[in-house]
Design a protein around this ligand. Sequence first.
Ligand code: ARG
Length: 586
Amino acid sequence: MNSTIADLKTRFEQALVAAFGEDYANTDPLLVPTSNPKFGDYQANVAMSLAKPLGKAPRAIAEQLRHHLDVSDLCEPPTVAGPGFINLTLKTAYLEGQLHAIQADPRLGVASVKDPKRVIVDYPSPNIAKEMHVGHLRPAIIGDCIARILEFVGHDVQRISHVGDWGTPFGMLIAHLRASYPKALTSTANLDLGDLSTFYRQAKQRFNADETFREAARLSVVQLQAGEQETLHAWKIVCELSSRSYQKIYDLMGILPVMERGESFYNPFLPDVVVELDALGLLVEDNGAKCVFLEGFTNKDGNPLPLIVQKSDGGYNYAATDLAAIRYRVQVDRAQRVIYPVGAEQTNHFVQIFQVGRRAGWITDNVEFFHAPFGFVLGENGQKLKTREGDAIPLKELLHEAIAHARQDLETRLAAEGRQETDAFIANVAQVVGIGAVKYADLSQNRTSNYIFSYDKMLALQGNTAPYMLYAYVRVQGISRKGQIDFEKLGANAKIVLQEETELVLAKHLLQLEDVLNQVSQDLLPNRLCQYLFELSQKFNQFYDRCPVLQAEEPLRTSRLVLCDLTARTLKLGLSLLGIPLLERM
Ligand code: ARG
């Protein structure tokens, strides 16, 4: 099915050619939803932009376009308003037909894209040998959501976690393991990352305090980089333990499987990066380090800033590894779009590596590399969220606390309602609501802003929150269930009749899912989907307040039940794309 806006666009393109000739075949009609429903549903703003090239008044252009515009099957007769807006109001019969079509469609009218791309989403990419902490919340939630949406609209999506699994922290950890816990090197059985994170802290303390230890740690790094067997073995143990403990957190969060392909994976390709950059004449030696001087970046003295590719000791850093990853993702993975949902504090890093990638010819016009930055998670005091001791809060703790809060809310509610539920029911609802609340609170904010992490706010039953949305689903679904109608059977014959204003408003909103998903696929702002779902439940409530459903006469009764069913299915699909499972009862 074509989305309404895509259909209208085609009609405008035809009208533009008919009115002004082939030169205007690819002119964007600048179609947007109207700001105010009293002007109709959509407006085309193209007349204003054509005033100059055509040398005519926009209003006259709009009139001419309107004359050639054939939208009679979709819209009421278009009107021209203001300086030259063309306003369009969708016909009720058209809306009824569209709803009828999506009713039978498991994708609810969302077509698969015509030009599927091979996409890599790089997340959550934590630095391992350390427990996951609050800083990994956003990449996991946002990355998972972006990947789900892109996959749903039809792209070929690879989820790759670019874990920090190489370098200095491992030297420290290996040295500490060797000295204090040699058993850990021979068996992984009784060790979980909780222990490892304690090890990490101890190792760090020792590293800061003890010069001999620092030497041993440095030696371990050298041995690791030299591929020394026993050291590699120790390193692998640390990596495996980390992966296993991360997997537990991803499972708890409902993050779909990601492929771990860490920094170490690119080690064999690092020398090639240097050779290639050198052959292109991009590499400059600066104090023994091999660098690329960046365009548009200067240090405080106004001199060009170097991006170090290989340090003077021969070692490689974060940027060099990312350059190798760029090259690999284009040349071997054949990616056409690579998305990095990573904190805004790394903006410069990405601008720089993308610049070098482009100058090296790895990133061409056919490949899009995109850093999707996000803001910080703040505590209620407006500062970065930390423990009382000033450490980053372990992710596991944060999630379990969200579940505990959700459970408390639930138990209070059950007691107030005098309901008895099984432990399994309570545990499940608390987990879905608790985790869903954390995710929804994150995704419903504009990705680029910081946001305040508040259990009370995210668990509120009113407002743009997960519990509100989950409830909306339970309620809506309950209505159509009460109607005892088998929608799957009814789909093809159910007649849709839209009479009341609230029905029309709901119908139009239901039909916008595809546009919203297409937009999120472009700008990667999941808050648009949250806002859409929130408005859907509000529009549904207005409809339900105003229109009897089960008590209505046929054909209205069935038609309204279909509106309920479509609303429930849209909420279900939308929430699943946010990574939030539903509850049938809560
Ligand atoms: N490991 C990095 C960190 O924790 C994030 C990596 C993001 N991905 C990338 N390709 N640089 O800060």
